[in-house]
Design a protein around this ligand. Structure first.
Ligand SMILES: Cc1cc2nc3c(=O)[nH]c(=O)nc-3n(C[C@H](O)[C@H](O)[C@H](O)COP(=O)(O)OP(=O)(O)OC[C@H]3O[C@@H](n4cnc5c(N)ncnc54)[C@H](O)[C@@H]3O)c2cc1C
Length: 282
């Protein structure tokens, strides 16, 4: 199928882009187009206007800083601009050094051609509960900075994901960047997922963060939004069941709820063990 007709704007500044969005309530931001264009082609979305942000300079920055070396209030972490492609973020040795969970998860996002064009910020604000990067943002307690007619605001991860493909970025706002804190000394992270083929959306995925006695695990493809569960103090052989007490894995054409529950058990144990190993320097 072909998309329904739409107007197209390619502004050269952020201010022009915000103004174009403000002038058309049925407009959509176009970043990498790797999710939006298929939706248009299948006519699952038919906005009146696309505001293509690819002509706006400086939105592709990836800024990494160490704790104590704060840049503009980011006290140690990774800030990814709206036009930074998955591939660029994945290839950055600085990102890997400061927050290794980012590349651990990104290597599971789609295929190389899609990562060359798709943006990490676009993936986050698209808010697909089967996507990797929203879970990373939620688990690490990151945030998204947006610009709209009222100026800039920061949306913490816990206020960002409202439902399936639904975020709290307003229709007239542009996500300018996403921020995740760096990994603290002595902490560990891990990511794993099961997909039918590498690059497919995961049937279930899990990311773990271990900081001292604190153990948290984030899940994809088990609900409408990325879900983070606190498993601190849970015995190793009870991790899977403890996680499932907080989750309600769905039944759909890709997998049964019972199979997803089994994947939760297996992946939870696996990622917590790996994150602990990293924390202990093993
Ligand atoms: C075959 C295939 C397989 C894929 N597999 C995976 C996978 O396994 N895991 C995964 O996570 N993703 C997967 N993706 C999606 C991919 O990661 C996309 O890059 C990502 O979902 C969206 O990023 P984008 O830059 O392409 O956004 P776009 O497609 O341009 O936009 C997506 C949505 O976000 C909005 N948006 C984008 N950027 C902004 C912004 N800066 N401000 C405000 N709104 C914005 C758009 O308006 C639109 O609603 C896959 C895609 C394809 C085609």
């Amino acid at each position: 199928m072909k998309p329904a007709p739409f107007a197209y704007r390619r502004p050269g500044t952020l201010a022009e882009a915000v103004s174009a969005l403000a002038g058309e309530p049925d407009a959509k931001v176009l970043a990498g187009g790797q999710s939006l264009v298929p939706l248009l082609s299948m006519r699952l979305a038919s906005p009146a206007m696309l505001v293509d942000i690819n002509g706006i300079p400086d939105l592709d920055a990836i800024v990494v800083n160490d704790a104590g070396d704060a840049v503009e209030g980011d006290d140690g972490g990774v800030r990814v601009g709206a036009l930074a492609r998955h591939a660029a973020v994945l290839a950055s040795p600085e990102v890997r050094r400061v927050q290794p969970l980012v590349p651990m998860a990104l290597q599971h996002v789609a295929h190389a051609t899609i990562r060359n064009r798709g943006t990490t910020v676009g993936s986050i604000v698209h808010a697909d509960a089967a996507a990797e990067m929203p879970v990373v943002l939620a688990l690490l307690g990151g945030s998204v900075e947006v610009e709209g007619p009222g100026g800039r605001r920061t949306i913490p991860a816990e206020e960002l994901f409202l439902g399936p493909l639904q975020s709290s970025v307003a229709h007239d706002e542009i996500a300018v960047s996403a921020y995740v804190p760096g990994l603290a000394a002595g902490a560990g992270v891990a990511f794993d997922e099961i997909a039918r083929r590498h690059g497919d959306y995961a049937l279930v995925g899990a990311a773990a963060l271990v900081e001292g006695d604190r153990v948290r695990v984030g899940y994809l493809s088990v609900g409408d939004v990325p879900t983070v569960v606190d498993l601190s103090g849970v015995a190793d052989d009870e991790l899977g069941e403890a996680a499932l007490a907080h989750l309600d894995p769905p039944d759909d054409i890709h997998a049964t709820a019972a199979y997803r529950a089994q994947l939760v058990r297996v992946l939870t144990t696996r990622v917590v063990r790996s994150a602990r190993d990293m924390a202990e320097g093993l």
